[in-house]
Write a protein that binds this ligand. Sequence first.
Ligand SMILES: [Zn+2]
Length: 81
Amino acid sequence: MNLKRVKQLTGILAVVCALMAAVTMATGSTVAGVLMVVPMIALVTVHLLYWRCPHCKQRLSRNLEHFCPHCGKNLPDWTEL
Ligand SMILES: [Zn+2]
């Protein structure tokens, strides 16, 4: 999975989490609250497993530079992601 796909997927999961949190607060539904954990776990899992440098496979920070802080190689241009 490339970084662009990871960024898209984590964005979608974050929106789903926010929507489920809103539903949980609006309805007070315990079921919605429990189900909210699923996209949350998916979000954290995807981030931990795939938010990595495509060259050295080290984990990247959320605020990316143009170069990997571990190996120094070029990362994709974030304006294109
Ligand atoms: Zn690297």
